[in-house]
Design a protein around this ligand. Sequence first.
Ligand code: ATP
Length: 471
Amino acid sequence: MDKIVSLCKRRGFVFPGSEIYGGFANSWDYGPYGTELKNNIARVWWKNFVQNRDDIVGLDSAIITNPKVWEASGHVANFNDPLIDCLKCKARSRADKMLEEKLGIKEAVKIPLDKLDDKIKEHKLVCPVCGGADFTKIRKFNLLFETHVGVVTDAKHIAYLRGETAQGIFVNFKNVMDTMRQKMPFGIAQIGKAFRNEITPGHFIFRTREFEQMEIEYFIIPPKADKDWQKPFKSWQDELKRFFKEDLGIKEEKMRWRRHDEKERSHYSKDTYDVEYDFPGMGFAELLGFAYRTDYDLKQHIEHSGADLCCVDENGNKFIPHCIEPSFGLTRTLLAVLCEAYTEEPVRIASQSDAGGEVNGETRTVMKFLPALAPIKVAVFPLLKNKPELVKKAREIYENLKTQYMCEFDDNGNIGKRYRRQDEIGTPYCVTVDFDTLNDNAVTVRDRDTMKQERIKIAELNNYLKAKLFI
Ligand code: ATP
């Protein structure tokens, strides 16, 4: 993971937040390539789950909402972490995470507070900061970020930054239903920021206080039998598995579907999975939450708002839809995509004529992103910077290509170094204009993964790249 963090900083994917002021509490800023990568993941997700489907529509709801939304959803009362303070160094830690790490168990957050206290003593846990063993009693700490709306900062004016994007979907369920004339089953998708006052953020961008989610609430007719929700639940599982593999390029063996047992599962859910990725240095950790949430959320909002969020079937009978929820972390998915793409390998070039400035046997770092996710699709080089005729031709090609893809023009340093730089940001194709180009109107196209070079006519370049990039 350290190598990935360092590449992210060095190559402009992710920077430490507020760095010139010494950083700020685990906040991260996405640099030029990180922003492209994040937008591409979101785009691929949206294309797959919204654009290509007739049964899912998009939404962009507010971050600051009526605080009653979060009372109804249960977040104000239940969205709590159990915290413990070290009496020696005053460090505050999550008691459940301390136990999970020591005992290798999951979801210790579900253990009642007094039992957690007992277990900390029983297993002789120590403060992760100073090693001390003297603690306060465990207390609950709400994860919602509080703010005040307007100029008065009293309790009456408290509002929350949303803790998940999903509640915006439930709150707008009726509006979407009425305006889009959707028939069951149908879904609402949303991508956006969410905020949680996490007490132990960490592992780079894995757990942050400000992050992005991509969530879908997929509404179904209330099931008469288990098979009525199990069938769409299973199709969602198949679709999610396909999406991770084919659209994000994450190998199946790096993913694990961990089913919640009855103790771990929320009381309203009939089936829940943590879909986990095997992060280097961390092991399997949650990338996506996937659950059948019954009619819990809409029921809660009906109860708290008094609004009628029911649907009517063809016989005029009212019903509250049930829902299946795939809840992705966008920033966590980005981390998984970075980890999956990161490759160190020796440079292997088939023939001398293919070498073009690369040295056989050198080790290269290459980000093997799927073309659709790569921040830059094509880089264009003139062989030499000080030959105006080469620079002019390369510029012409670049100006033409950049209207279609994110492209880069680079005339700095030798070609070998330029390839290394593009490998590190995962650019699938590099196009070089050399002296032959001026006679044969062809360029050398170098493939990132095979490192093979091909001579392509400029007139055919666009179609060639289109076919290779699947765009
Ligand atoms: P965790 O157990 O890791 O805290 P969670 O079960 O609370 O996650 P959910 O509420 O199910 O997470 O949120 C759905 C998704 O949002 C998660 O699978 C994850 O990808 C993402 N997510 C949640 N919290 C964070 C965070 N603090 N930083 C980054 N991504 C997050």
